[in-house]
Write a protein that binds this ligand. Structure first.
Ligand code: LLP
Length: 416
């Protein structure tokens, strides 16, 4: 796998310890540049708003801000992170199906560019909060286009009965009665069909639905300027997997948006950071139970939940071996290895059916494509401190989040 040089990874693991997330700044910048060039070649066409949930480390967010992205946030916490990273407030889009009042107030006080509203009740609450502050908040209504994006069922968000968004008919009623909501101004539509979408079809379909809805809103007299088509561009976790054809998606959508006089917003997360990050882990033990060859490593499902939660298959490779077998006698490959973590759950399997050179205690492994939804979904299950994070830029590296200590984990507990 094409990631950072092995000697660099071994040096990081030795000094920082494992498990440890490592991110490649150059790759993040490259991925962003490709997306921005295709999807938002100029400010008039639109903007890429990095989806903070994919990887929310402040150093990553600062990097994204320096590259020129806006930010897609889904909580008061992510909003705060974007602000701490120095985001221009009007570049922030606040989405989310269940925003609390205090989160809406924080967004209003910050002056975010957009709030994507996901229910009629939220529109009322937001309008009242904004009016009480004497402001008019620009909003997009999130609608469910009723599209199946052909992805894992946990990653599909735009189906008709999903919990996200507002039904189109109801959104039309809200637009028709927009005068009853003095604190908001409906100027956009938001559609996010799901994540890990790997072909252009669902985006074309979403565009078709969006244009029809925009036409209806405009017939009701609303001034709709912007279409937020969400994120979801799939990446190839395995060599035989397809990645989203970004350029084809763009060449499909951009001319239609121009014709309809709509500015576009996109909210990619995974496609920017997934392949720019990896999880380093050391082999603790090896054993064979039944006919399964187990490699027990020091990373676990609490560090990377994707395999357990979605059945995601990440590639695993050997960085460095404690033995010199590799150099002396060539590689003896062991096939069908299960890489498992120390957590007390049978589901704590990081990778199955992996082909590895004979693994030994102390070997360093790298789990690829862990830059998105890796650390941001990590937990402290089994009272395991969360891993350290390292950013590599121009061959130099720096810890951007220190490893948690057990003291950190018990710090909030109150003696009774
Ligand atoms: N916009 C909205 C409204 C979203 O809900 C999401 C992701 C994105 C943008 C960014 O999607 P992306 O470009 O990263 O696919 N934890 C899962 C992915 C969950 C995605 C949730 N929403 C995973 O590890 O695969």
């Amino acid at each position: 796998m094409d990631f950072l040089p092995h000697d660099l990874l071994e040096a990081i693991a030795r000094q920082v310890g494992t498990p440890c997330y490592v991110y490649d700044q150059g790759r993040i910048a490259q991925n962003y540049a490709r997306l921005a060039k295709a999807l938002a070649p100029s400010a008039e066409v639109g903007r890429v708003c990095y989806s903070v949930k994919a990887n929310s480390n402040l150093s990553v967010l600062r990097l994204m801000r320096n590259l020129g992205t806006g930010f897609d946030v889904v909580s008061g916490g992510e909003l705060r992170r974007a602000l701490l990273a120095g985001a221009a407030t009007d570049s922030i889009v606040f989405a989310g199906v269940g925003k609390r009042d205090d989160e809406l107030v924080a967004a209003l006080d910050a002056g975010v560019g957009w709030i994507n509203v996901e229910s009629a009740q939220e529109l009322r609450v937001l309008s009242d909060l904004a009016a009480a502050r004497g402001v008019v908040q620009r909003v997009a209504l999130r609608i469910n286009p009723g599209i199946d994006p052909h992805t894992h069922r946990y990653l599909a968000t735009g189906k008709r009965a999903s919990k996200f968004g507002i039904e189109t008919e109801e959104s039309l009623r809200l637009v028709a009665h927009r005068a009853d909501y003095p604190g908001i101004s409906i100027e956009g539509i938001h559609i996010h069909i799901g994540s890990m979408v790997s072909d252009a079809g669902p985006y074309a379909e979403a565009m078709r639905v969006a244009l029809a809805v925009v036409a209806q809103y405009r017939m009701l007299g609303a001034t709709i300027t912007t279409l937020n088509l969400g994120g979801g561009f799939g990446v190839a976790y395995q060599p035989d997997q397809a990645e989203a054809p970004i350029e084809a998606i763009a060449s499909n959508i951009l001319p239609l948006a121009r014709k309809a006089d709509l500015r576009l917003l996109f909210e990619p997360g995974r496609a920017i950071v997934a392949d720019a990050g990896a999880l380093l882990t050391r082999v603790l033990y090896t054993k064979t139970n039944g006919n399964v060859r187990y490699v027990v490593v020091d990373a676990a499902m609490n560090d990377l939940i994707r395999p357990a939660l979605y059945g995601a298959a990440h590639q695993v490779s050997l960085v460095s071996s404690v033995s010199d077998v590799l150099e002396v006698s060539g590689v003896s490959l062991v096939s069908g290895v299960s890489v498992v973590g120390p957590v007390c759950e049978s589901g704590d399997v990081l990778a199955e059916g992996v082909m590895l050179p004979e693994p030994r205690r102390g070997d360093l492994l790298v789990i690829h494509h862990a830059g998105a939804y890796g650390m941001s979904m990590a937990s402290n299950y089994n009272t395991r401190p969360r891993a350290a994070e390292v950013l590599v830029a121009d061959g130099k590296w720096q810890v951007i989040r220190r490893r948690e200590s057990i003291e950190d984990l018990v710090a909030h507990e109150v003696e009774c």
